[in-house]
Ligand binder design. Structure first.
Ligand code: SF4
Length: 359
C-alpha cells in the first residue's frame, strides 16, 4: 500500500527533540513547522483532519479501559493506551467520524515515555494479572509507524515484561520496522479483516486484503503472534461466500498455531455516526435496515441477522482454525449464549485470550 505522507507536519515547540519528533523530522520529506500553544491546524471534519500531522504532548492519562466495559456487554478486560488520535485512512463506517468530531486533527503524541511509565506502574501493581493492551482505538496502530518509529519504542518495552501483551491492530502492511525487533512472545500484531468486497468498497486508503495477509505472514515469520478481527461484519449480497473466502484465504496463508485470537463484531452506530454515514452512499443499506439500540446506546442491525452472521462465521472459523480463541466484541450475554453456547465471566474471557496470546 502507499505509505502515508502528510501535506504538512506541525510540531509543538518544546517537543521537537523527543524520539517521535526526531523520527518524523528525519523521515518527512517536507519541512516541518513549530508551534506554541494550540496547533494552528484549522480543520472542520475528521476527514479533513487526515491531511496534516500534528506532533504534540498528550495532556492527561494515556491508559483506559476499553468501552466494552459498559454494563450489559460481555467484556474481555482490554486496556487501551492512546498514542495517536485520528487516522490517515478513511473507512466509511469508522466511529472516529463522530467520536473525534470536536478534535479532528491527526495527532501523534510525543511523551511516549510518560505513557509507558503509566503502563509500567499499572502492570507492576498487579503481577498476578495478565494484561492485554492495545494502541488501536483512536487510530490505526501502524499507519503512522513509518514516520514516527513508535514500534521501536513499544516492542522492546513490552518484550521486557512478562504480564502484559501489546496488541498492534492495523489495516496496513506497515510492518517493516517490526521485523528487526524481538517481541519475545509479548506482542500480537492483528489485522482488521473483511470480505474483499467490503475492503474495496468501504476501506479507502487501507492495504488490500492480499497485502494484509502478506504482512501477517511476514510478522509471523519474525516471531510475532497474529490476530484477526472481523469487525464490522457487513451484510451484502453474497456475504456468506465473501466471508468464507476470506477465512479460507487466512487459513491458507497463516500458521494456525500462531493465531492469538479472532474477534467478531457488528456495526455499531452512535447517533453522530449514523449522521456521518448518511454521506457515505455505500453504507446506505444500514440506514434502511432494522436497527436496535444496544446496552451502550449504539444502534446495531437487528439481532436475528447478527446471530445468523456470527453463527456462520464461528462455524467456519472453528473448522479453519481449530482451538484458536474466538470472541464476540461488544455483545450482550444472550447473544454470546446463542452463538457460542456459553457466557464467560469477564475474568475467564480475559484469561482465555491472554493464554491465546502466550507462546
Ligand atoms: S483504519 Fe480504523 S481508525 Fe482508520 S479510518 Fe479505518 S476504521 Fe477508522
Amino acid at each position: 500500500m502507499k505509505r502515508f505522507v502528510p501535506e504538512a507536519v506541525w510540531i509543538e515547540r518544546g517537543e521537537a527533540d523527543t524520539a517521535v519528533a526526531r523520527a518524523v523530522r528525519a523521515r518527512f520529506p517536507g519541512s516541518v513547522e513549530l508551534f506554541d500553544g494550540r496547533p494552528p491546524v484549522h480543520v472542520t471534519s475528521v476527514r479533513d483532519g487526515k491531511r496534516a500531522l500534528v506532533l504534540q504532548r498528550h495532556r492527561g492519562s494515556f491508559l483506559r479501559h476499553c468501552p466494552a466495559g459498559t454494563s450489559g456487554l460481555v467484556c474481555c478486560n482490554y486496556l487501551v493506551v492512546n498514542l495517536a488520535s485520528n487516522c490517515p485512512m478513511d473507512c466509511s463506517y469508522c466511529f472516529l467520524q463522530d467520536y473525534l468530531a470536536d478534535t479532528p486533527a491527526l495527532a501523534a503524541y510525543t511523551n511516549v515515555d510518560e505513557a509507558l511509565s503509566e503502563v509500567d506502574t499499572v502492570i507492576r501493581a498487579h503481577p498476578e494479572r495478565q494484561f492485554r493492551i492495545g494502541t488501536g482505538e483512536l487510530s490505526d496502530s501502524l499507519a503512522l509507524d513509518p514516520l514516527t518509529g513508535l514500534s521501536e519504542l513499544l516492542v522492546p518495552f513490552f518484550a521486557a515484561r512478562r504480564n502484559a501483551v501489546l496488541e498492534l491492530k492495523t489495516k496496513t502492511d506497515c510492518v517493516d520496522a517490526l521485523l528487526d525487533l524481538d517481541p519475545r512472545g509479548q506482542v500480537v500484531v492483528s489485522w482488521s479483516m473483511n470480505a474483499a468486497a467490503v475492503v474495496e468498497r468501504d476501506e479507502a486508503g487501507t492495504a488490500t486484503f492480499a497485502e494484509r495477509l502478506a504482512a501477517a505472514r511476514r510478522v509471523q515469520a519474525a516471531g510475532y503472534r497474529v490476530g484477526f478481527h472481523f469487525d464490522p461484519l457487513v451484510e451484502f449480497e453474497g456475504w456468506e461466500a465473501g466471508y468464507a473466502a476470506a477465512i479460507d484465504a487466512i487459513a491458507g496463508a497463516v500458521d494456525r498455531s500462531a493465531i492469538a485470537w479472532v474477534s467478531l463484531g457488528s456495526l455499531r452506530l452512535s447517533g453522530g455516526l449514523a449522521q456521518a454515514v448518511r454521506n457515505r452512499p455505500q453504507l446506505g443499506y444500514v440506514l434502511g435496515a432494522e436497527l436496535v439500540a444496544g446496552a451502550d446506546g449504539k444502534a446495531r442491525v437487528w439481532r436475528g441477522l447478527r446471530l445468523r452472521m456470527y453463527r456462520f462465521m464461528v462455524e467456519r472459523l472453528r473448522a479453519a482454525f481449530g482451538a484458536a480463541p474466538l470472541y464476540l466484541c461488544m455483545e450482550p450475554a444472550p447473544v454470546w449464549e446463542r452463538v457460542m453456547g456459553e457466557v464467560p465471566t469477564d475474568r475467564a474471557l480475559a484469561l482465555r485470550l491472554a493464554a491465546g496470546a502466550a507462546w
